[in-house]
Ligand binder design. Structure first.
Ligand code: SF4
Length: 385
């Protein structure tokens, strides 16, 4: 199988072009096609000589994500289900920071991306882990999620006025007519989609370097948040990366008893180990950590949990992001009543903890991690008999 062109850094491409005897400025042209114009085929790269395009095609793949399904409408949270070259499905979610008010378009966009097909960590409340882990995403498949969403957006804009024929034709259209160089649609990244990001550490870090580089995505590292369910050794490894990523911990329980019940990873890295790794991370990075906490009725939403949670947040100088649970078909868990969520956040604030209660966007569009993929795979299985 060929290495994909979007898994290479500028330095690696320069070395390759040098070995081929190609001038260095051709690398800049290629990068412009890949990341500014989001080209979806070699043929589109019209200012590269045909012989070079043929050489590239012979030695590298240029994979694009095929849009299999999309839910949501423009200017609200939108979920994309992508089909990869081997037929597997992954999800990305586009979240406008300022949902359109009075018909104005939102100007900032956060994209939540996946890092694995499925997940091995089996958090009890999560749809992504329900069918287990299939494989890690390659560097290019992580990078491509941003480009594919932007390609789709470009086509949406062009199609305004009813010209767009069918959602599924997005990639074909892009192949015929690559995007004009443009500023990024996506200006914030959260690595919180399907998979445990730190379990695909090397590919993730390389992808984020490409997305951060001025010749690549040009997205600031401080606008990239990596989330983990609690892989303590990898958190320590992340601390010594030169880039200033933000770190979010998917905590969902402030005691070992609660975490053990819903997150098997806690048996391997119990809270004292996780907290120790977070403290080490902060010593090196000096950056604020976010504690993600999905509120699940009867599991972790009692006021007793707010005391250890507040203590943890203070110890780590962390803010707490509370997210009422999104129902996953086939799982017994439910979202607490609004008053329960409000009481929970108020108790944390009373303890001088910065806490936000997220009114989960997209609850009606299977927005919880992994749900759209699961639904589609099950539908396909049923259709196949
Ligand atoms: S919450 Fe994250 S780590 Fe846990 S099963 Fe889901 S994708 Fe995996």
């Amino acid at each position: 199988m060929l290495t994909d062109i979007k898994s290479l850094t500028r330095e690696e491409l320069e070395a390759q072009f040098k070995a081929w005897g190609e001038p260095a400025y051709r690398v800049a042209q290629l990068l412009d096609w890949l990341y500014a114009r989001r080209a979806a085929s070699w043929e589109a790269m019209s200012n590269l000589p045909k012989t070079l395009r043929a050489k590239l095609a012979e030695n590298f793949s240029l994979q694009v994500l095929e849009l299999a399904r999309k839910q949501g409408s423009p200017d609200t949270t939108q979920k994309f289900l992508w089909q990869l070259a081997d037929g597997a499905f992954i999800e990305s979610v586009l979240i406008p920071a300022n949902p359109a008010l009075y018909g104005e378009a939102s100007d900032r966009h956060t994209l939540c991306i996946s890092t694995q097909v499925g997940c091995a960590y089996g958090c009890r409340f999560c749809a992504s882990g329900l069918d287990g882990w299939k494989r890690n995403l390659g560097v290019h498949e992580i990078v491509e999620q941003i480009l594919a969403v932007e390609r789709w957006n470009e086509i949406e804009i062009k199609a305004e006025g009813g010209k767009r024929k069918a959602e599924m034709s997005g990639v074909e259209e892009a192949r015929l007519q690559p995007s004009a160089p443009d500023s990024r649609l996506v200006d914030n990244l959260v690595v919180m989609g399907m998979g445990e990001p730190l379990a695909n550490y090397d590919n993730l870090i390389k992808a984020l370097k490409i997305l951060n580089a001025p010749w690549g995505g040009g997205i600031g590292a401080r606008r990239m948040t990596i989330s983990t369910s609690g892989l303590a050794p990898q958190i320590r490894k992340l601390a010594v990366e030169p880039m200033q990523f933000r770190l979010a911990i998917s905590l969902h329980g402030a005691t070992d008893e609660v975490r053990n019940r819903i997150m098997p990873v806690n048996k391997k890295y119990p809270l004292h180990e996780l907290v120790g790794a977070c403290e080490d991370y902060q010593k090196v990075k000096g950056r604020m950590i976010t504690l993600e906490y999905i509120l699940i009725a009867g599991i972790n939403d009692s006021l007793e949990q707010t005391r250890p949670l507040a203590a943890l947040a203070k110890r780590l100088y962390a803010k707490v992001n509370l997210i009422p649970y999104n129902k996953v078909e086939g799982l017994p868990w439910v979202r607490p009543a609004d008053e329960v969520c409000e009481r929970f956040v108020a108790a944390l604030e009373k303890n001088d903890v910065t806490a936000t209660l997220r009114r989960e966007k997209g609850g009606d569009i299977d927005a919880a991690c992994g749900q759209l993929r699961l639904k589609t795979e099950r539908e396909l299985k049923n259709a196949g008999g």
